[in-house]
Design a protein around this ligand. Structure first.
Ligand SMILES: [Zn+2]
Length: 495
């Protein structure tokens, strides 16, 4: 047997004016067939697992491109053509592999191509009509017919924060192996839940949904169930959540099951809509908290959803209020990092920090402080994967306001970002992290309180306020029952 594998991953925020270019993949993670020679990150965990499984079976393995960029605006046509061209050329050179496994994002949009994953996998199918093609996606994907028609097997991560990439890759490998052995004949169906939101899977409500999915997956005839949450900040006609079911040779069972479990998810919707405080209310809560650390998520400046990562709204408010004993990170500002590197640790410098990348960044903040540390080559964990950080600077202002500034756009996933720099979070009253949800589990373990804050910025978590022009507005939570106007009142339709 011969297995071919590759990774192409970025999540496109169509509202961001900052294009995603080839050098953004180089800056984050770009390897030409060598990704599995390095420690795994979220989007290469699958490749490591698939290689190990294939080699244990004595299969030939062809590893192609791994290209990962931090989310931003549309990927340029040139970058998309270059990256997909490399995968397709590698595939032509590999001949006719028996199985092709891909770790893709599912929400990549390029100039002139709204459906990058569907486009790529269709081209792969044309080249290899007889191969078993399996695709693993981030759950923040746009699940579409073109991909389901081109692939044999599609699954998504199940957890948000994404701490299950390896078990999901294992599941995909097992299914592909069973197809190769002639044991199963997968058929896929999906159901449009008409929901556009964010779903943290660590809440009790979402644990119940996950338990439901797990139990359905264990029933006879069902091979796999995935809930694709969708990615709200993409103005696509089909943005939103989809329930995906793979059944064994029974299309009607796949459709019926996707509809049933999708409908149950929809019916649970009102327990899934948190009320996030605005910045002023959140900082009032912080000031009233008897003890710290209080962890505040600057949700709207999460670069992991395409925000700039250099927004200054929270910093300005903290300084205006004269708040002390604060740690905040990561602010993305390459210029400020260079200034600090030139000055060196121990120097006192004035920075015009952040507020530069795009209109949603706000205004720069003039801050004067001491450079306490400068470190390069550190990493931070997201699940078991290790993600890069670039060069990180610890800049300490009066009142023990400790700012972490770096030169690689990345959200904060783990307290080790601060701790490796020498900042003891346990002693802080307030810890600000630029992230939506991925930070949650490891920070909740050290926090007295976690506040999810709907800060001003590019990715405000209230999806009712997103200015769609291509996506119609008949979705929950914009309307309570988007199925009410259809011919099946408050029931669900196949999608
Ligand atoms: Zn995701």
């Amino acid at each position: 047997m011969h297995m071919f594998m590759a990774t192409l991953s970025t999540e496109t925020n169509t509202f961001s004016p900052v294009p995603t270019v080839y050098s953004d993949f180089q800056a984050y993670f770009l390897r030409h067939g060598t990704a599995t020679q390095e420690p795994a990150n979220l989007m290469t965990e699958a490749l490591h697992l698939w290689r190990a499984r294939a080699e244990a079976l004595d299969w030939q393995v062809t590893e192609s491109l791994t290209a990962i960029a931090e989310p931003a605006g549309l990927t340029t046509h040139a970058a998309y053509a270059e990256l997909t061209g490399e995968i397709l050329n590698d595939l032509r050179a590999a001949g006719q592999p028996d199985v092709i496994l891909l770790q893709l994002h599912g929400a990549m949009i390029a100039e002139g191509e709204d459906d990058c994953e569907g486009d790529l996998v269709s081209k792969i199918r044309t080249l290899c009509p007889d191969a078993v093609i399996g695709v693993s996606l981030d759950l923040h994907c746009h699940l579409r017919d073109r991909l389901l028609e081109a692939a044999d097997l599609v699954i998504t991560f199940r957890e948000y924060p994404h701490d299950d990439a390896t078990p999901r890759a294992q599941e995909l490998f097992n299914l592909a192996h069973r197809v190769l052995k002639g044991e199963i004949k997968p058929v896929m169906a999906m159901f449009d839940c008409r929901m556009v939101s964010l779903f943290l899977t660590k809440t009790a409500q979402m644990r119940a949904i996950i338990a439901d999915i797990n139990s359905i997956q264990a029933t006879p005839g069902i091979l796999s169930v995935s809930l694709a949450h969708g990615f709200p900040w993409a103005d696509m006609p089909d943005t939103g959540a989809r329930m995906l079911v793979i059944a064994d040779g029974d299309p009607a069972l796949a459709q019926r099951t996707a509809r049933d479990i999708g409908q149950r998810f929809f019916e649970a919707r009102n327990g899934l809509l948190p009320d996030y405080p605005n910045l002023d209310d959140a900082l009032n809560q912080v000031e009233q908290a008897p003890s710290g650390p209080v962890v505040l998520a600057d949700m709207s400046d999460n670069s992991g959803a395409g925000a700039p990562g250099d927004a200054t709204y929270v910093l300005h408010s903290i300084l205006n209020r004269g708040m002390a004993n604060v740690a905040s990170g990561l602010s993305w500002d390459s210029e400020a990092v260079q200034t600090c590197v030139r000055a060196g640790a121990g120097a006192t410098v004035t920075l015009n920090l952040g507020g530069k990348a795009e209109p949603a960044s706000g205004q720069p903040a003039e801050v004067t402080g001491t450079i306490c540390a400068i470190k390069t080559g550190l990493g931070q964990h997201l699940g078991t994967g290790l993600e890069p950080l670039g060069t990180v600077v610890w800049h300490r202002l009066q009142g023990e306001v400790d700012l972490l500034i770096n030169d690689l756009r990345i959200q904060v996933y783990h307290p080790e970002v601060f701790e490796q720099m020498g900042i003891a979070l346990a002693a802080k009253h307030l810890v600000v992290v630029k992230s939506l949800f991925h930070f949650f589990s490891p920070f909740a373990a050290i926090a007295k309180q976690v506040i999810f804050c709907a800060t001003p910025g590019r990715v405000n978590p209230d999806t009712r306020r997103i200015d769609y022009t291509r996506r119609d507005l008949n979705f929950w939570p914009r309307v309570d029952d988007p199925f009410a106007s259809s011919d099946e009142s408050s029931a669900c339709k196949e999608g």
